[in-house]
Design a protein around this ligand. Structure first.
Ligand code: HEC
Ligand code: HEC
Length: 246
């Protein structure tokens, strides 16, 4: 009995999948594992539109289909794409998070809800800018990291996706320095200087990375730069004392 039921399912499934191709929006849901099968299709499509804006992608990021082709040529039921499989896990994760969030003691009665956008903020792989640049600097070198920064800034400045404030490039440079990637680190600091030419804190980063490199003279010059830019920078003073050049 069991076996024949399984065989029957196997035989019927492709037919059901094929029956859906060519109609958008579909009449029924075929292969949803998180949305109950009785969920109105319009509600599912509404959720899908939220996915695309939260992740800054289009339907074909997760579904089989071609850019520019009508949606009725897409195979939305297929689980072939890895990203769709990840998205399904993410849906379950978000459900778990919200269950936990509901237990928080909160002031006021405002319901808090975590969505895909809470983390993703318009990009498909959410990560701090310093992590993105540190990874590119490590694997592809200084020029690639600088190019990537400019491209990301052009595309995302003013959006919530990445922090283009002063600290991102400083932190990326610091981490590259810790990994012994000094050329890459200094290239990112130089880029940051273009935007924050009077920053005292940036000069301290330059000094600290010079120390990592073992270049005490460059470090001294950088710490003096920091004090010139801001005479109240006690961190720079402390550094100068620490290297015996107060
Ligand atoms: C980030 C990934 C992602 C994006 C982008 C996305 N989807 Fe989906 N979609 C999914 C997942 C995951 C499911 C399955 C949900 C489940 O298992 O309950 C799904 C299911 C569907 C279904 C139901 C398929 C079935 O089995 O009947 C339709 C229709 C659909 N998506 C349409 C769209 C449309 C239209 C877009 C673009 C506006 C879109 N999706 C964008 C991940 C995505
Ligand atoms: C708690 C934070 C968080 C929430 C909420 C969240 N995500 Fe993610 N998501 C991540 C992180 C972090 C990654 C990157 C994982 C990695 O680098 O491999 C990721 C990766 C993904 C990816 C893979 C992207 C790729 O290119 O490999 C997809 C697809 C995705 N998320 C979909 C969703 C969807 C859809 C939702 C809402 C249902 C969602 N995520 C909610 C944090 C989150």
């Amino acid at each position: 009995m069991r076996l024949s039921a399984a065989v029957l399912t196997l035989l019927l499934l492709p037919a059901a999948l094929a029956a859906q191709a060519g109609k958008f929006p579909p009449d029924t849901l075929i292969n949803t594992k998180v949305f109950p099968h009785t969920t109105p299709v319009t509600q599912v499509i509404g959720a899908m539109r939220n996915f695309t804006s939260d992740l800054g992608v289009r339907c074909q990021f997760c579904h089989l289909g071609e850019e520019g082709k009508p949606l009725d040529s897409f195979d939305f039921a297929s689980d072939e794409k890895r990203t769709k499989q990840v998205a399904r896990q993410m849906m379950l994760m978000v459900r778990e998070i919200n269950r936990r969030v509901d237990t928080l003691p909160r002031a006021g009665g405002v319901a808090l809800q975590v969505t895909c956008g809470t983390c993703h903020r318009g990009v498909s792989r959410p990560a701090p800018l310093f992590t993105v640049l540190g990874d590119i600097g490590t694997t592809s070198g200084a020029d690639s990291a600088v190019r990537a920064y400019r491209a990301l800034r052009n595309r995302y400045y003013g959006r919530a996706a990445y922090d283009f404030g002063e600290s991102s490039l400083n932190i990326a440079a610091f981490r590259l320095g810790q990994a012994g990637k000094f050329d890459e680190a200094f290239a990112l600091l130089k880029l940051n200087e273009e935007q924050f030419p009077t920053s005292s804190g940036l000069a301290v980063f330059r000094g600290n990375i010079s120390l990592m490199k073992g270049d005490t003279s460059a470090a001294e010059a950088a710490f003096r730069d920091a004090i010139r830019r801001d005479s109240t920078n006690n961190e720079a003073r402390g550094r100068l004392r620490a290297i015996g050049r107060p």
